[in-house]
Write a protein that binds this ligand. Sequence first.
Ligand SMILES: NC(=O)c1ccc[n+]([C@@H]2O[C@H](COP(=O)([O-])OP(=O)(O)OC[C@H]3O[C@@H](n4cnc5c(N)ncnc54)[C@H](O)[C@@H]3O)[C@@H](O)[C@H]2O)c1
Length: 220
Amino acid sequence: MEEKKNMVGGISRKSLERLPMYHHYLERKYREGTETISAPAIALDLQLNEVQVRKDLAMVAKTAGKPKLGYVVKELIRDMEEFLGFHNTNQAALVGVGSLGKALLSYKGFEQYGVEIVLAFDSDGRRVNTKTGGKPVFPMDKLENLCRRMNIHIGIITVPAGYAQEVCDRLVSGGVKAIWNFAPTHLTVPDHVLVQNENMAVSLAALSKYLYEADKEGMQ
Ligand SMILES: NC(=O)c1ccc[n+]([C@@H]2O[C@H](COP(=O)([O-])OP(=O)(O)OC[C@H]3O[C@@H](n4cnc5c(N)ncnc54)[C@H](O)[C@@H]3O)[C@@H](O)[C@H]2O)c1
């Protein structure tokens, strides 16, 4: 179980989480006219460990980097997109069309990462049968049926924490295989389902701690 939590598709979550960062960086370098790039240069720019960067890139790249020159940036971007499945668009359903849900539905940038939110659900009658970000919002009694019929593989949970598990169970019944959970609560799922938690409180705690320590140092 612990292993499942730390591994995704055979690679560690930590490595996987670094890949979109490399991708973003490489795209910028390519736009700036960089044609080849070495692992040490990437490590230096992104303030990462060079050995780690080499390992990450070796896992993704189809051709090894050349001595001194490194990788061809365009090829590395392509290999990374293929590895991450950015070209196989997965359709997603979002549940909970409140402040956060509306923002996610209106955001146009997920498609470049292979995720397209195509519909949403909410238990509030005032929100259903409307559109947000051009996506239709359906009542909850349609969830399992519509998710199955539309072959939805990703469920996005943006309901209050107290309702997240029941929503999760219904998404799983509807055939969803991956859950992107924004509710600050632990979700229990069957082994074949992956949960990715987006806990903003954790990120904010890190910022607060950093500022607190910086303040203390400033006072010394
Ligand atoms: N707003 C943020 O910036 C933010 C940030 C981080 C995490 N979150 C988390 O995301 C979740 C949503 O936050 P929010 O601020 O958008 O809340 P919100 O109250 O604005 O929206 C929640 C939505 O969920 C719907 N809902 C409630 N129970 C439901 C159920 N059982 N089935 C279907 N729909 C249901 C409500 O009708 C509402 O539209 C919360 O768990 C919150 O902790 C929010």
